[in-house]
Design a protein around this ligand. Structure first.
Ligand SMILES: *Cc1c(COP(=O)(O)O)cnc(C)c1O
Length: 393
């Protein structure tokens, strides 16, 4: 049976299509920088592309390729490009798709470094950018200029959990000939597959859900079409932000349990969100699965489940946030997300502490905002942990 016919969970285990010639069911770690050619002709054919051979690990490596193939199949794309980190993927996309004089429109609430490197560094090379709340598509329309080339969307967005309607965004992009990119880190292909909705390029910080064990930093770009794949693959090879074979082996091992990890985390998250929503010390909760979420209907339409990222606002602002951080015992006080362990953080005193008050307001970062990445522990323990922590406020 070809992989084409396999369903999602089977692809996690059997996807990739790289068979080891010694019979190992696990793709071995090809911990090598270079590959031996059979003879001069074979070398020439590898370089010309006549044969699909391996030359040098920065260009391609079987261990890395197995992972690229699996994730590309999960997202429904032509091909995957593994990178050293999520930021390696972001910069490969910027460099591959934008030139001096081009303009990009992006979600305002994006992963911080994706925005700061654009505004502080890519601007030095003449790339312009505008940040709007892409959940409000009128704002996207208003921001389009004659030189707009790229529409870059993070949905659900970080840390506001705003959701952008991807089908509608694709319609706008088509009218104006824009390339569309989605940061799918918060969902993973288990929950949301933007390429199926017409998006051109998807990428991940695989540091998060795809690896899922908080022990590797890694990224992946997936392009829907061959031409786009080749353009970005060529860029990554020469930028040199390639993945390492050992890193690929670890992420591949994590990917196999993506569905069962996320299923449990998603079920836990629904219960944690419902618990928080009725708590008197919590002003509001943002979780796509709650009917109180402003884009709950869009989430229902484009996501298969609601993920495990929750944001909530405490009564009592900044100090309340610090008290909760100092009193939770099971959720670990750490940034990052998407691992088997629950993680909690307070953007106002941590990730966004250096952002100006106006900047925080624009990005939706309030003083009592808490971000919680729900793990796969027993949910009663997670709720009891929050209960005793909230009681200290
Ligand atoms: C973590 C993260 C990134 C950056 O990925 P790294 O692997 O840390 O380089 C990009 N986007 C989102 C949404 C993230 O959470």
């Amino acid at each position: 049976m070809s992989n084409e016919k396999l369903k999602f969970n089977s692809r996690l285990i059997h996807g990739g299509g790289i068979k080891d010639d010694k019979g190992s069911p696990i793709v071995p770690i090809y911990q090598t920088s270079t590959f031996i050619f059979d003879n001069a002709d074979h070398g020439a054919q590898c370089f010309s592309g006549e044969v699909d051979g391996y030359i040098y690990t920065r260009l391609r490596n079987p261990t890395i390729r197995a992972l690229e193939n699996v994730v590309a199949e999960l997202e429904g794309g032509y091909g995957g490009i593994a990178t050293a980190s999520g930021m390696g993927a972001v910069n490969t996309i910027y460099m591959g798709l934008l030139s001096a004089g081009d303009h990009m429109i992006s979600s305002a609430a994006v992963y911080g470094p994706s925005r700061t490197i654009m505004e502080n560094q890519w601007s030095r090379f003449g790339v312009e950018s505008t940040y709007v709340n892409t959940a409000e598509l009128d704002k996207v329309r208003d921001a389009i200029k004659p030189n707009t080339k790229l529409l870059y969307i993070e949905t659900p967005a970080n840390p506001t959990i705003d959701i952008t309607d991807l089908e509608e965004a694709v319609k706008i992009a088509k009218e104006h000939n824009l390339i569309t990119v989605v940061d799918n880190t918060f969902s993973s292909p288990y929950i949301q597959r933007p390429l199926e909705l017409g998006i051109d390029v998807v990428f991940h910080s695989m540091t998060k859900f795809l690896n899922g064990h908080a022990d590797v930093v890694a990224g992946m770009i997936i392009a829907r079409e061959k031409e786009m794949f080749e353009k970005l693959h060529n860029m990554m090879k020469n930028l040199g932000c390639n993945m390492d074979p050992h890193q690929a082996f670890l992420v591949h091992r994590g990917v196999k349990t993506l569905s069962i990890r996320q299923e449990r985390a998603n079920q836990n998250a629904i219960k944690v969100a419902e618990y928080l929503e009725q708590h008197p010390k919590v002003r509001w909760v943002r979780f796509p699965g709650l009917s109180s979420h402003p884009q709950h209907e869009i989430a229902k339409k484009q996501m298969d489940s609601y993920g495990s990222m929750i944001s909530f606002e405490l009564e009592g602002g900044y100090n309340a946030g610090k008290i909760l951080m100092n009193n939770v015992k099971i959720a670990l006080l750490a940034v990052s997300l998407g691992g088997v362990e629950s993680l909690i953080q307070h953007p106002a005193s941590m990730t966004h502490s250096k952002v100006s008050p106006e900047g925080k307001l624009k990005a939706g970062i309030t003083d009592g905002l808490v971000r919680y990445s729900v793990g796969i522990e027993d949910v009663d323990d997670l709720i009891n942990d929050l209960e005793q922590g909230l009681a200290q406020i």
